[in-house]
Design a binder for this molecule. Sequence first.
Ligand SMILES: [Zn+2]
Length: 403
Amino acid sequence: MTIIRADYVMRMNESFEIITDGAVVFDAHIQAVGKAAAIRDAYPDAEFIDAGEKSVLLPGLVNPHVHLEFSANRTSLAYGDFIRWLRSVIVHRDALSEACKEICMKKVLDTIVQSGTTTIGAVSSFGFDMKPCVHSPLNVVYFNEVLGSNPAMVDALYANFLGRLDESKQYARKSFIPAISVHSPYSTHPMLAKKALEIAREEGMVVSTHFMESPAERAWIDSGTGDFAAFFEDFAPGSKPVNTAQGYLSLFRNVDTLFTHATQATDEELALMQEIGYITHCPVSNRLLHNGRLAVEKVEKLTLGTDGLSSNISLSLWDEMRAALWMHTTLEPNQLAKQLLTAATREGAKSLKREAGVLEVFKDADLIVAQLPETVAHIEDLALQTLLHVKEAKMVFIAGERI
Ligand SMILES: [Zn+2]
């Protein structure tokens, strides 16, 4: 049993409770949360760690949407427009995946842990990131991706997907959960999506998908026009959209789904996605690809993802939260900071069906300590001050083990 004491304990519960001079006692799970003196009295034999002055103890961060396979990208890919970026991905993808193999991916995963993230949802296109994820101390929900819009290719693509899914199932355990990603409405034939989603329904797997990421996707799905029309003319002449927006969303009914981006979604679609599951906000990616802004003020079931280094410069959720803070200029910053921290902890964990993300008894002891530069004079601003000043975690515990 271990006790950590911190100047501020941010429980991330519904009432946004903050305990000053607080402590958490835990083994693999949290046993109690409260004032430090009371916890020490109740657990006199526990190992005691004092996180020091100006410390903040909170649940480990949850990043449910990251692509590790393009982690080598720094300046190879084109930004500013979604289709321009997509064309550059097609040109550079082999070189990029060649340039970040297992050792490189291990380093990337280590930086994610150091930042204070304790759980990720890794969207995997090829399976190159499977072993590094299996060996990482992180909790990983591993989304095996399926895509392909050509009906003649459905069987071959499905077989390839099943091979990767089956391999990932061999490693299944509490900290490595096989899951499914259906790429997007513009790229995935409904026949393929339905087959994959049937597995998710039967086996209770979490599912991830991209939805309404760009104005080009909106125009293509709604009317078969826009920049995607020219794109498909080059790669698959005569293509027509294979899904409607409503039809695509309906495929996910009764599946625990995370819908990513949704910058171009209508209010009706935002409501339907939240009926089914959660919406994942990736502000840096959306900004770099000039895709517009997710209306976070309309999203209660919000999670926060970094996407991959193919459209970001960092896989730290602290950087991502700061980006979101600057993006949503009409929203009050203290309220927004609380919403973002909640998205990056409690809601992220719930979306991935993890018993974590909140400092409550029996939850997994996924905990981090962050360091503030000074004592916070206005404690009601603690979320905002933490979000502004924290660059990485001072201590990280996953399932009670110090990493
Ligand atoms: Zn993505």
